[in-house]
Design a protein around this ligand. Sequence first.
Ligand code: NAP
Length: 259
Amino acid sequence: MSVKEKWAVITGASSGIGTELAKLYSTRGFDIVLVARRKERLEELAAKLKCQTRIIAADLSDREQCKAVFGEVEDLNVQLLVNCAGFGALGQFEQIDPDRQADMIAVNCTALTILTQMFLKDFKYRDSGAILNVASSAGLMPGGPGMAVYYATKAFVVSLTNGIFEELRSAGSHVKISALCPGPVDTEFNDVAGSDFGMKGITPQYCAKCAARGLDHGERIIIPEEAFSAARIAAKVVPERMSMKIVGLNQSSKLGGLL
Ligand SMILES: NC(=O)c1ccc[n+]([C@@H]2O[C@H](COP(=O)([O-])OP(=O)(O)OC[C@H]3O[C@@H](n4cnc5c(N)ncnc54)[C@H](OP(=O)(O)O)[C@@H]3O)[C@@H](O)[C@H]2O)c1
């Protein structure tokens, strides 16, 4: 391993925000480890990037495969971990396939926790490195009727990141950690979730740019859109029941008014 090389490990790199973060960090002098299930997508992306790449095809709903990701990059000088893999599912809580909900918790929360812990140990030892956890504006809300598990997983990511941020800050560590909390972003998310934002999202390119800038600046919570920053402040003053009613009404229109 050359000490001049610095690597970024990016999960969810086969699509959307993860793909754009891989492209962006490749232009910032990083070599990139691309992680997702769809190997052919990762190979296509790797062919386009002007840097060294390593491809890891892994299903992150499986704990052993998460741990194996760490094992497969132990020889590299990893300076950045981006936990971007994730998905949602629209529907009333009891009607969504329980295996799908469990997989969502596994990918959005468990995999992110395992990878954060494994890489953070190294980063803290070296007192350098950064972790970007992709949460969502959903994680800043008190709850999400119509996507209850998804919102809960993202609230977990925000809370976990806040806790680690404070541990690092009080230890005087130079390691950075941020939670990215975008509103709608135009990716394959809706196709997978069976949802529809009902409003125009930002581009994944813009989202990636804001994420990298926020991480550079040591922001604990990164919100790419001004409108959603305002919504975050509003969420603090609007009663929780009213916030959830607004979220519920939005999801309800997609579910044919079932909520
Ligand atoms: N789009 C939005 O509006 C929005 C807003 C806020 C937050 N987010 C968050 O942003 C992140 C990226 O989503 P996106 O919008 O870019 O959606 P996307 O285009 O659907 O990308 C999702 C990525 O997650 C990977 N993934 C899903 N399940 C996986 C599994 N079991 N194992 C490994 N990788 C898995 C997918 O790869 P494979 O299918 O190849 O495995 C894909 O690369 C997610 O965490 C999402 O919750 C999205």
